[in-house]
Design a protein around this ligand. Structure first.
Ligand code: COA
Length: 706
């Protein structure tokens, strides 16, 4: 598509998205496209027109581009990526800034990401506020920078560093950007004023990055950066294209490299992976919306109390400490408390040792903890999260106690992953204050947070939970009460189908390998070994009394547990882990237990190929999702995808199980659902899969708004 940079092109006029404010000889070109100044078509038109107007105005000596509010520019408007992009496109705007006869300064606050940072790279100087975040995160959306980012950034910081940054989609804070030469200055006080000073100091001089030579580096260094980045991205197409494009900065004429970058961007934009990643971007944000609490005001949360300093409690504590929130950490006795504090210290020490935080930051975070064995210390907190052992009796009695201790207005949350939240809420005698906050292990790392809305949870309590999630950087998804809520219920259906495939002829290593090849971070049996088989065993024992004896039940896991195989922690589970190895090795003992199970059930073992493994495992999730959506446990189909991708390692490039299934041929989907129905037999319930997938059909990649 030709790019028109002529001033007369239609639509290239100043509009309400971009305005010019003049102060002496400096023109401030102000972008005002709330909420994040995404560079939409109107914004591009306005920006292009503003630059040309300033260029032709003899009273103006230099230009400062900045955002109207807290944000410079969050990037291109992603919602425009699905169809043809209207002219003027981003490269035309960028070219106008770079070719402008007068110096242009980027004054960045908030986010300067993607096309936002590309605008900054086209400017002659860059200044940012202390809190600004810069970067080219396009690969995370399945594309590469398409407006010169892969050509201009290497000229500033070198090819290998540009590969690292663009190939990982990293976001860089202003201080680090200054250190790396990505910006010229940090505005310590008034961004506008300091940007104007910087603009004046250029004295009319242009400092176009296109004229700068790429800093010299050896081929070995560049090659190593590319290999490492690509390996971490597991061969991701966009990452490979980004690396290739960055390398062209040193080998091709600038214009040719720019044209090839744009072509690669246009090609990737339409790819299945990019469509899936865009869908997830909007789905994540949609998941935080609850139609019937729009007017509820979140309660103020200052101090947080966490009961239980085991692995989960400590992980949750770190989420709050990392967000600078003071916590009370309460345990039942001194030795447990001491162990918890030690666990916390070890976790932070590990972060210091790996260079993720400094010693000073660790000290500051640990200083926010008030450890105690006195439950009464929870009387002055605004939110209490219980993270004690997953046992109904223990949790019931704790909730009863908390109901008495918490002051009026305090939100009481349970981290239960399976138990009946409504029953727990009633123990407090104030169920409207109770909500579920189901963190995923390791809590300080995993971004998913299932917020469980009980029958009596007050709207403002739910709003509080959502605001807490935002504060600690989690992706919230709302679930209603039901066995396993959303994630664990879907995962149970998935795991069950995998266990049935074991009985029918597969081995754990085959199933794990097939699902990892599909893109899961880990296979279900490796995951089970990591988290411990005993958790699932206990759940099965709890559900045993109510289980219909005619229901197909695989007891392989029970047999493994009876043999003391609890997973990595006991050195063996589905796999063996000799000498503390972290990667399991297939084991004959497990194979024998599996083959015996097949024999007991009279099943003739057969070869199950990779396609069958993948389709059965995922279609089992799809059917269960249809059931839980019909029951109202989940609000919308796209929430299910967010849960599986953010909490269970489902591959981002596939968009989630429902997004994936919506792209299967209907007859194939029906076929696999029939296989699942036959495999489960008695008690199988077929969900309305077609209705569930309808909002995710290829023509409507954005989740439906509620
Ligand atoms: N294009 C279109 N819409 C965007 C957008 C973009 N590049 N970036 C954010 N938005 C929208 C969000 O969908 C959301 O819309 P909603 O309110 O209708 O749900 C709104 O802007 C606010 O975004 P949100 O992420 O909730 O705000 P935040 O303050 O938490 O974070 C950013 C702001 C900029 C850090 C974050 O939005 C972000 O990372 N955006 C993407 C940046 C990016 O990848 N740019 C390269 C694009 S190729």
């Amino acid at each position: 598509m030709p790019i028109n940079t002529d001033a007369a092109a239609p639509g290239e006029t100043l509009n309400d998205r971009v305005r010019i404010e003049t102060q002496t000889s400096i023109a401030f070109v102000i972008i005002d496209n709330p909420p994040v100044n995404a560079c939409s078509w109107e914004t591009r038109c306005g920006l292009l027109a503003a630059i040309k107007q300033c260029e032709h105005d003899p009273a103006i000596a230099a230009i400062v581009v900045m955002g109207a509010s807290r944000m410079f520019m969050a990037g291109a408007d992603i919602s425009e990526f699905d169809g043809p992009i209207r002219d003027p496109q981003m490269p035309a705007v960028i070219a106008a800034i770079e070719d402008c006869a007068k110096p242009v300064v980027a004054a960045m606050s908030g986010a300067a990401l993607g096309a936002g940072f590309e605008v900054a790279l086209a400017c002659d100087a860059r200044i940012a506020t202390e809190d600004a975040v810069l970067g080219l995160p396009e690969v995370l959306l399945g594309v590469i920078p398409g407006a010169g980012g892969t050509q201009r950034l290497p000229r500033l910081i070198g090819i290998s560093r540009a590969i690292n940054l663009i190939g990982r989609g990293s976001r860089v804070v202003a201080r680090a950007a200054l250190r790396d030469g990505m910006i010229d200055a940090i505005a310590s006080e008034d961004l506008r004023e300091q940007a104007a000073q910087l603009a004046r100091s250029l004295k009319g001089e242009k400092r176009r990055l296109r004229d700068v030579l790429v800093p010299p580096e050896t081929e070995a260094v560049i090659e190593a950066a590319g290999v490492k980045t690509l390996a971490q991205a597991q061969g991701d197409r966009a990452v490979a294209a980004a690396i290739a494009s960055v390398r062209k900065a040193a080998t091709l004429p600038f214009e040719q490299a720019l044209a090839e970058e744009r072509a690669a961007f246009q090609d990737l934009r339409q790819s299945r992976e990019a469509v899936a990643k865009r869908y997830l971007f909007f789905a994540e944000r949609e998941a935080a919306r609850v139609a019937d609490i729009k007017n509820a005001k979140a309660r103020t949360i200052g101090r947080v109390g966490i009961v239980g300093a085991g692995t989960m409690g400590v992980g949750i504590a770190m989420c709050f400490l990392d967000a600078d929130v003071a916590i009370s950490l309460v345990e039942r006795d001194a030795p447990s408390l001491e162990a918890g504090i030690e666990r916390l210290g070890v976790a932070y020490r590990r972060m210091v040792d790996s260079g993720r935080i400094s010693d000073e930051v660790m000290t500051l975070r640990l200083a926010l903890v008030s450890p105690s064995i006195d439950m009464q210390t929870l009387a002055d907190v605004d939110l209490i999260i219980e993270a004690v052992f997953e046992d109904m009796d223990i949790k019931r009695s704790l909730m009863r106690q908390l109901g008495g201790i918490a002051r009026p207005g305090t939100v009481i949350a349970s981290n239960t992953s399976y138990l009946d939240l409504d029953a727990l809420a009633h123990e407090t005698s104030r169920p409207s204050d109770v909500v579920g906050l189901h963190f995923f292990a390791p809590a300080q790392v995993m971004r998913l947070l299932e917020i469980v809305r009980g029958a009596d949870t007050a709207p403002d309590v739910l709003a509080t939970a959502l605001s807490v999630a935002r504060k600690i950087g989690k992706t919230p998804v709302i679930a209603r009460v039901g066995e396993g809520f959303i994630g664990n219920r879907l995962y149970s259906a998935y795991r069950l189908q995998c266990e049935f495939m074991l009985e029918e002829g597969a081995l754990p290593e085959q199933i794990d390998a097939a699902l990892v090849a599909f893109g899961f971070a880990m296979g279900p049996f490796a995951v089970a070994d990591l988290s411990g088989l005993d958790i699932a065993w206990r759940t099965r024992q709890r559900l045993a009394p109510t289980r219909d004896p005619q229901t197909r039940y695989s007891d392989i896991l029970d047999r493994l547990c009876e043999a003391g195989r609890f997973g990595q922690k006991s050195g063996k589970g589905w796999y063996v882990y000799p000498d503390g190895a972290r990667r399991g090795i297939p084991d004959d003992e497990t194979r024998i237990v599996i083959e015996e199970a097949s024999r007991r059930k009279g099943l003739t073992r057969r070869t199950i190929n990779e396609s069958e493994i993948v389709h059965r495992a995922i279609c089992a999730i799809v059917n269960e999702a249809a059931l839980l959506l019909a029951e109202g446990v989940s609000q919308r189909a796209s929430d299910v995808d967010v849960v599986m991708v953010k909490g269970y390692g489902f591959p981002t490039r596939e968009g989630g199980p429902l997004f994936w299934a919506a792209r299967l041929a209907p007859q194939d989907l029906q076929g696999w659902l029939s296989v699942i129905a036959t495999s489960i037999g008695h008690g199988f319930r077929l969900g309305d899969v077609a209705a569930t997938l309808a909002p995710l059909a290829p023509a409507t990649p954005r989740p439906q708004s509620t």
